[in-house]
Design a binder for this molecule. Sequence first.
Ligand SMILES: [Zn+2]
Length: 503
Amino acid sequence: MFDFSLVRLSFAFALVLLLFQALNVQAGEKALPPSHTVERGDTLWDIARIHGVSVSDLQKINGIEGSKILVGQKLRLRTTPEHNHIVERGDSLWEIAHAYGMTVKELKKINVMTSDRIYPGQKLELGAWSSMRLETYTVKKGDYLARIARLHQMSVSEIKKLNGMRTSVIYPGQELKVNPILRKSHELSAITEIPWDDLMASSAGLKRIPAGNGPYYGQRPKANQQPNLGYYEGPPTSVTRNYRQARKLWLAFDREITRLGKLSDRLMGWHFVLDPGHGGLDPGAVVENLDGNGNKIYVVEDEYVYDLALRVYVMLRLHGAEVTMTLISPNHIIRRSNPPVRSFVNEKNEVYNNAEFNKINRWSNWPNGGPEGNLLRRVAISRKVCEKAPKNRCVFLSFHADIDHSAPEAPLVLYYESRNGRRVDSVSRNFSSIILPALGAGARARGQNLGVLRNNPARIKVVLELRNLAYIDHAWALRFEQLRQRDAEKVVRGMLNYVEQTN
Ligand SMILES: [Zn+2]
């Protein structure tokens, strides 16, 4: 599917191109952003004026008829000139290189770059590699062109032109040429072809219940999707029985991973503790989002970061690492998102992955949030793992996608720093700075006094806010399994970079 080697039919509207060339700056400086996310109160005219483009160009590039735009909608401000890639938030250099069939070294050389850091809006020259490899996307029921375009970082006009389409009408089963989702790489190419369905097979006597946003192994959630902010299902009556079921499912999943074999031994000897930041009674952030028709849908942080952590789990294991989860679910492992509007339901059924904590059937044994919560059990699980791990090779990663209105729309890595700033976990700070380029354009790191990091015996311990649910676009992205997989691969790539640089 990835072997199409057609010359990318890129084109530019004269005004946009001229404007872009006028603003074309050296690598490292800020350029005109590639897109604008519609905020409450924005009109098409405002957006055109702010960015110095014409309304008719905005309409053409984004396939908009009339002036209706939706809050949270991402409008592309220009088409990508041929032989170039315009960096979007979240793109990372290695992804771009591999998507175009280049090495990072080649890409850096062409662009006279000395570091791997890139910036949103930056224009990268692709040189002779501009004949981009296209992917084929098969239209699913309920798809619409703007969504497909957005998923593949294209404008509606680009996708129409590339496929010789006159209208935006598409039909299920139709094959469209699209840009590759930027996540192919040499090391991970085998992983993107992981037989996910085998990993989600029924085993250990558990019946697999298929679902577009599943599969499930206990029972399918009663609601089809998260219907409002406060909805939840569970918790089951017995934390003890729930834990037994979760372990059974977990061991079956783990056996399937072992059966896949290994991609490398690069993380041999490393021990990881992966911590989905919420779960059990605590769903984390729950936000409202919109589907393509402007209907409300709801995104629950803990359900999505669990999926992300599991994807990281699989890949770390395939690179030879020992990995332990702090929380596990009795009802599902990795889940598909088909269609993405069927958002995951807030199920209060995750338990701490430790027999001790589930021995007694007591309400307070469910994972919970808040200041009186049992958050420190995560640190206790970390301690148990790190005691047995080789010194310096124990890593604790906590996965989040919280709401932070004061933080930018980019991944954030948090390491421990005491309130007065006197004590700083410098090993984790150094780790953070090394993994940032892999996390993509705009990623940042800073210190914070967090309970889950304080007194955590792991040599490296960080909180990864991979998405910021204050941004409608990030809530949107979490709903797509392709993009969750992309986020997970960034984390693994960052880890591999770290091991390479510090060995
Ligand atoms: Zn969180």
